[in-house]
Design a binder for this molecule. Structure first.
Ligand code: FAD
Length: 410
């Protein structure tokens, strides 16, 4: 049975970082990767541009992007945080640029540049990458991982790092296997949900505006009739509900809210109803005698939204504008500022950027990523019960925890 100092299950960003760190410290290191190639999800991250970290310098603001669980990362970030991550990538040939929302991207070459740089380091330090090697089981004995089983072999190591990722985009290889290995070994896996994922609505009319990107809108979350959350930004309608940046962010919180959940879309958040009524009246005056309600709608909302608004409004489409009453105007303005949708759940893991939930942080040492149940088992990356908002926060978890998990034997 071949034996290593450090054996990593999974060749995603977390596994690659752990392997580079361990091998650079002189460890005989191997990665068992089920796919033919490593880093498949990394390659599609940021639509192939790879938003690999975030330039937010305030550590508390940074950690708030992971919710209450963010504090688990204090120790890892003190050793290999966002700043060191940027410096590290620069040192291995990945120059970067900062974009909107402090998002950091490679200056050139996108995700492929990041992956190539990591693979170059793996080669430099002699990491053995065993491709097409799905791990099928992990054998444990008396608080110790004994060996792992792959489809064709068994491997032993002094130290094992599970970096198999989550369950989202399973076609990239992240099928949740690591959760099963950890669960069978006695670790607690907190409930798993797709996160950073589009949201389904009970209504079918969103498809009338499918593909319509809305900017500068406000989306409110209403739970059992009470507004509990509100975000300003961009969203889009889809064939089955809603998506886009603020919807994806909100999706990660939805499992926390039990009850009747609705979204309220305000298409004109900067205008009060009174000002909007004045604006509608001005439009009516301008088109009086030759305009129809349909045209009025066209003058007020993006063209892809027109069919949807006409569908939701009670005013006949071809009603001459001069016959539209004050009550109808008020109703129309109410609609524009409060398009209600009933939330019918999250879209599937196939469309989710990350998985919420994972190996319970209560059972992992924050300064080493070592299991509290096994003396030679570690975790890194998305398999941990940590998920961030979009903006480079999820890959940062991989770099920091991967580095720490690969470090411990120094
Ligand atoms: C479309 C999309 C875009 C994204 N964009 C961004 C972005 O721009 N910025 C950002 O911060 N985050 C982004 N993310 C999230 C980010 O890609 C993930 O958080 C990150 O890839 C997780 O890394 P990981 O190493 O933990 O796991 P993964 O990247 O999932 O890698 C796990 C690896 O383990 C392997 N594996 C699984 N099971 C086994 C097994 N049994 N045996 C052997 N190998 C196994 C898999 O094949 C895979 O190679 C995006 C995600 C998606 C889906």
């Amino acid at each position: 049975m071949e034996k290593f100092d450090t054996l990593i299950i999974g060749g995603g960003p977390a596994g690659l970082m752990a392997a580079i760190r361990a091998s650079s410290l002189g460890q005989k290191t191997a990665i068992a990767e089920k796919n033919h190639s490593v880093g498949e999800k990394l390659l599609i991250s940021g639509r192939g541009r790879c938003n690999f970290t975030n330039a937010e310098n305030d550590i508390d603001i940074f950690l708030a992007h992971y919710g209450k669980k963010g504090k688990f990362l204090y120790s890892a970030f003190s050793k290999f945080g966002p700043f060191r991550t940027r410096e590290y990538f620069k040192s291995i040939g990945v120059e970067y640029v900062e974009e909107r929302g402090k998002r950091i991207f490679p200056l050139e070459g996108g995700s492929q540049r990041v992956l190539d740089a990591l693979l170059m380091q793996c080669r430099k330090y002699g990491v053995k990458i065993m491709r097409n090697t799905p791990v099928t089981a992990m054998r444990t004995k008396n608080g110790h991982v004994d060996y792992i089983v792959t489809e064709n072999n068994e491997y032993k190591a002094d130290k094992y790092i599970i970096a198999t990722g989550g369950k989202s985009y399973p076609k990239t290889g992240s099928t949740g296997d690591g959760y099963e290995f950890a669960r069978r070994a006695g670790h607690t896996i907190t409930p798993l949900y797709p996160a950073l994922v589009p949201v389904r609505t009970r209504e079918t009319w969103p498809k009338l505006a499918s593909g319509c990107d809305l900017r500068n809108i406000r989306l409110k979350v209403i739970l059992d009739g009470v507004e509990i959350y509100s975000r300003f930004g961009e969203m889009e309608f889809t064939n089955f509900g809603v998506s886009g940046p603020i919807v994806m962010e909100i999706s990660s919180l939805i499992p926390d809210w039990e009850g009747e959940l609705q979204f309220s879309l305000d298409m004109k958040p900067s205008l009060t109803p009174e000002i909007l009524i004045q604006r509608v009246k001005r439009e009516i005056n301008q088109h009086s005698g030759h305009g129809r309600f349909r045209g009025l709608v066209r003058s007020l909302v993006p063209s892809k939204m027109v069919s949807l608004i006409l569908e939701l409004s009670d005013i006949p489409h071809d009603k001459p504008v001069e016959y539209i009453s004050d009550d109808e105007i008020a109703e129309f303005v109410k609609l524009i500022k409060d398009i209600r949708m009933n939330i019918n759940g999250l879209w599937s893991y196939n469309n989710a950027m990350v998985t919420r939930g994972g190996v319970s942080l209560d059972e992992v040492e924050p300064s080493t990523m070592k299991s509290k149940l096994y003396d030679n088992l570690y975790f890194a990356g998305e398999i941990l019960d940590l998920n961030g908002t979009s903006g480079g926060f999820n890959l940062q978890v991989c770099w920091s925890t991967g580095y720490i998990a690969g470090s411990v034997n120094e």
